[in-house]
Design a protein around this ligand. Sequence first.
Ligand code: HEC
Ligand code: HEC
Length: 218
Amino acid sequence: MIHIKSIIAVWLALAVLLAAASALAGSGNTDTLKRRTGSGDPVAGKEKSQICQGCHGVDGNSTDELIPKLAGQYDEYILKQMRNYQAGTRSHELMNGMAAPLSDKDLADISAYFADQAIMKGNGSTPNEIGKKIYLKGNISEMVMTCAYCHGNTGKGLDPSTAMYPVVGGQHKAYLLKQLIDFRGDDRLNSPNVIMNRILRSLSDSELEALAEYISVQ
Ligand code: HEC
Ligand code: HEC
């Protein structure tokens, strides 16, 4: 009984998020959308983000596979992650310290700077077939929602007005895989309604790897 109730609760939570996403989807080509840079000033952000650029790249394209690209990421998503690092609701030994001293204005400017860069891009190699199938179709019997519903068909996000769903397409594979494993194992708990943790619960290690591979080449 309890099991069925919790399954219904999960689907209701997902439905609410999806309704919000689909109401706003479809307005324009997702690949060529101008990223929303929010209220921040990207010019000031360039100056303020020098230390960040040392790891995340001058144009937001990091070279280290475990350091995420920020190029063209939604400003609102970047801002939320920085607030989560400040509050400790997302943990990483380096990033918690990096986020700590920054004011709201600094964060807005820095996020605007990275959001304003040309969007991150993978190497375009042959897509992983298993990853593609899960990403585009999900798996209803195992309650795996279609990733494309929220992240867009090529992982570049849906629309600047749905900035809660991050750009993932073209992100580094090793970083993606770490996030997927952290969500599944409840080591990362900051997605709204722990939605990512619920979606990934029934996926195997090899399925997560296939997904990370598929998403990273986009
Ligand atoms: C010494 C290297 C280093 C520096 C400097 C650094 N970062 Fe990071 N950053 C990382 C790593 C590594 C991660 C991945 C953390 C994880 O796995 O959760 C990360 C994660 C992030 C994320 C999460 C991205 C996502 O896709 O969820 C954001 C946003 C971010 N950093 C912004 C910044 C900003 C802004 C600064 C400057 C104030 C900064 N970082 C400085 C290494 C660094
Ligand atoms: C109902 C909407 C929804 C669906 C479906 C969904 N996601 Fe997400 N995803 C999110 C949200 C919201 C976040 C941001 C979490 C946060 O704020 O920290 C996220 C975050 C992520 C991240 C972390 C990105 C980063 O830069 O750290 C990855 C990777 C990811 N999702 C992959 C997937 C994959 C793979 C699937 C399909 C198996 C999927 N998502 C399905 C909503 C969704």
